[in-house]
Write a protein that binds this ligand. Structure first.
Ligand code: COA
Length: 172
């Protein structure tokens, strides 16, 4: 598919971000995300990521033909975990299964390994989220372990799969 890009968020993306969350499938997302997601929530987050992009993380809009269709973030951890970073992403349902997030994650990992002082990226995925697991596997992430019943979401316990990708040409 042509025209899949990741670009930095700007303060002008408030409406696009609110629309994205309104259309988001939350089954596999954290309960910490405000619901409903308001303009105030968007302004707060955009201010933070515009300040921190490239220093504490890579925070990007995923665009298809210049239209914002999703989000991908790679956020550096702190303390003794600071050489590691957590990846998270989502895409509007209308664009699923076209290879878009696989390409966006590829671009985001490249940018993160270039710009952040990290040696690995971690992806934590609820076990039933097969599409997300495929996105990581297609990007060279390795399943490193499973936290059994590590997630309680929508009244249901789920396993949490921990994936990792190391920096470097030979790294999985
Ligand atoms: C997960 C998500 C980002 C995937 O984005 P996407 O652009 O559709 O992903 P891609 O098209 O690049 O790749 C999806 C892969 O999963 C596969 N897939 C999709 N649904 C599947 C299912 N129900 N079972 C098994 N595989 C599935 C696709 O076939 C494809 O693999 P393939 O290329 O080997 O055929 C998107 O579904 C989403 O936003 N989900 C809701 C939010 C979310 O779960 N975020 C991740 C939290 S960890």
């Amino acid at each position: 598919m042509q025209g899949i890009q990741i670009r930095k968020w700007t303060l002008q993306d408030r409406d696009a971000l609110v629309a994205l969350f309104a259309a988001a499938d939350r089954r596999f997302l954290s309960d910490r995300l405000p619901d409903p997601y308001t303009e105030k929530d968007a302004d707060f987050w955009l201010r933070r990521v515009c300040e921190q992009d490239g220093a504490a993380g890579i925070f990007r809009a995923v665009t298809v033909g210049d239209v914002v269709a999703g989000s991908v973030s790679i956020e550096q951890k702190e303390d003794v975990y600071r050489k590691d970073a957590d990846i998270g992403y989502f895409l509007v349902g209308a664009q699923w299964s076209k290879g878009i997030m696989t390409e966006a994650v590829r671009q985001a990992c490249d940018a993160a390994f270039q710009q952040l002082d990290i040696v690995r990226i971690t992806g934590a995925v609820y076990a039933p989220n097969l599409a997300s697991r495929r996105v990581l596997e297609k990007n060279g992430f390795t399943l490193e372990g499973t936290l059994r019943s590590g997630v309680f979401k929508d009244g249901r316990l789920q396993d949490l799969c921990l994936y990792g990708k190391l920096k470097g040409p030979d790294a999985g």
